[in-house]
Design a protein around this ligand. Structure first.
Ligand SMILES: Cc1cc2nc3c(=O)[nH]c(=O)nc-3n(C[C@H](O)[C@H](O)[C@H](O)COP(=O)(O)OP(=O)(O)OC[C@H]3O[C@@H](n4cnc5c(N)ncnc54)[C@H](O)[C@@H]3O)c2cc1C
Length: 435
């Protein structure tokens, strides 16, 4: 998020003290551990204390998901009203216009507290939908949506993927037809995380089938209470239902809900996906599903920290974690300097998914059979939810293979993949594909 620092900056130490006092008055402290300056972004782990939740995705029933979302919403409202929810957002959009060092300072303080979290929807809503509206919304849209999204008064999700358009998102076929001052949407979206609880969706649609595929798209903000919107949860074999299909049948929207210019839907989608990559790689998700500190605590507890192979893997995990952390800081500094998310975000996302995989590997070695048999012991079977969930992020938000393609083409300047349909009108490319 770029900032418009218009006021004298508060003293960072004073800011930190005030944040700590606010958190002490409103939050639930975690067990006390010594946190050194360099540990700021890596809260320490005390074996057996606090939650041992290292799940990457939660498999919960609907009532439990709802309960967690409401707890998360209650916390976010408190935080927003106290001025800590939009620290580095521009003042004009309701933020405080502070540099990222203040966000880091706040998060370091917050990491000593048990803060409610609730899966994919809140981070999608605040980190992807609100930020994309900041980049493309009219003044009216920004005023209408950003603060309510950041306060979690409303939740927004991402209506991008379709049954025949995932990695090749530009092949989507949800149709937007103009009718006077309104648009009529018809089509099907899939894998929509959190749609069953969201009030809004950011949909990428096709308004023109007779131009090349990247040029005929337009984005809309879709209210889920509009007639013709139907959300159907997808039951996963793991027991949860985090994803949904969303059917759009003759959904009428005023033109005021179009996000960005007609024909610029691809740019809106790329910007949102750029935020997703940065967000996946960034500090807000750095602790999703546990990492080297939890693995180290487990190795020490089970007496295998002296095992040469475990030591080697832990050291590798630590090094890769630090490399990712510094890369993310560099990306955050670029964003702060006003750049929109670029292809470099693919590096961060790849490192993040690779480190989750490394964590799975190390913890499997440390825990052995404790990983697969639920004995009720703290910090053991809980890891199965990391190991089984981590591969999902190798697909979500653009798969690892697609991130590698982006790095190859747009960072390294390697020859692009052959794209025979690039300049064909989309309708012709579809006919050719069917033939
Ligand atoms: C946890 C999770 C959450 C998600 N949440 C959302 C959401 O909220 N909203 C939403 O719209 N979507 C969401 N998705 C969908 C996600 O964006 C798609 O699954 C993803 O883009 C891949 O598309 P696909 O599943 O159609 O696979 P495909 O595109 O069919 O890919 C299949 C395989 O082929 C590989 N592949 C495809 N093209 C290439 C290529 N050109 N070069 C090399 N390899 C290639 C892929 O890497 C993959 O391994 C989510 C997915 C997951 C796993």
């Amino acid at each position: 998020m770029s900032t418009d620092v218009t006021q004298d900056l508060p003293d960072l130490e004073q800011f930190r003290k005030e944040a700590r006092a606010w958190l002490e008055a409103n939050g639930e402290p975690l067990p006390v551990v010594e946190v050194t300056e360099t540990d700021e972004e890596d809260p320490s782990v005390v074996w057996g204390q606090g939650s041992d939740d290292v799940a990457v995705f939660h498999n919960l029933d609907e009532a439990e998901e709802q309960r967690r979302l409401l707890a998360c919403q209650r916390w976010q409202r408190l935080k927003f009203d106290a001025g800590y929810a939009m620290l580095n957002w521009p003042v004009a959009l309701g933020g405080r216009g502070l540099p990222n060092s203040y966000v880091r300072a706040y998060l370091a303080e917050e990491s000593r507290f048990s803060v409610p979290s609730a899966g994919e929807l809140p981070p999608t809503s605040m980190g992807l939908i609100a930020t994309t509206i900041a980049a493309f919304g009219t003044d009216e849209q920004q005023q209408r949506f950003i603060a309510p999204l950041m306060r979690q008064d409303i939740w927004g999700c991402q209506l991008f993927s379709e049954p025949s358009a995932g990695s090749d998102l530009a092949s989507l076929t949800t149709r937007a037809t103009r009718d006077g001052d309104e648009w009529v949407l018809n089509g099907q979206k899939v894998w929509t995380s959190g749609a069953m609880f969201a009030q809004w969706g950011l949909a990428i649609t096709r308004h023109d089938f007779d131009v090349p595929k990247h040029k005929g798209m337009t984005a809309f903000l879709v209210p889920f209470d509009a007639p013709g919107v139907e959300v159907r949860p997808i039951k996963q074999m793991s027991g949860g239902a985090n994803f949904n299909e969303v059917f759009l049948t003759d959904v009428r929207l005023p033109d005021s809900l179009r996000l960005g210019p007609v024909g610029e839907g691809w740019r809106v989608a790329l910007t949102c996906l750029g935020f997703e990559r940065d967000h996946s790689a960034g500090s807000s998700s750095a602790h999703t599903g546990g990492g080297y500190k939890q693995a180290l605590a487990a190795a020490q507890h089970f007496g295998v920290a002296g095992d040469p192979l475990v030591r080697q893997d832990l050291a590798d995990l630590y090094i890769q974690h630090k490399v990712a952390q510094f890369t993310n800081r560099r990306a955050a500094a670029a964003l702060k300097a006003g750049q929109t998310p670029g292809p470099e975000g693919s590096l961060g996302k790849l490192m993040w998914t690779a480190n989750m995989e490394r964590t799975s590997h190390v913890i499997s070695k440390i825990l052995g059979t404790r990983l697969v048999a639920d004995t009720g012991e703290w910090g053991t079977y809980a890891w199965s939810e990391h190991v089984l969930g981590a591969p999902g992020y190798k697909i979500a938000g653009g798969s690892d293979e697609i991130q590698r393609n982006i790095i190859g083409e747009r960072v390294l300047g390697l020859p692009a993949e052959p794209r025979v349909d690039k300049d064909l009108p989309f309708s012709e490319a579809q006919r050719a594909a069917r033939a």
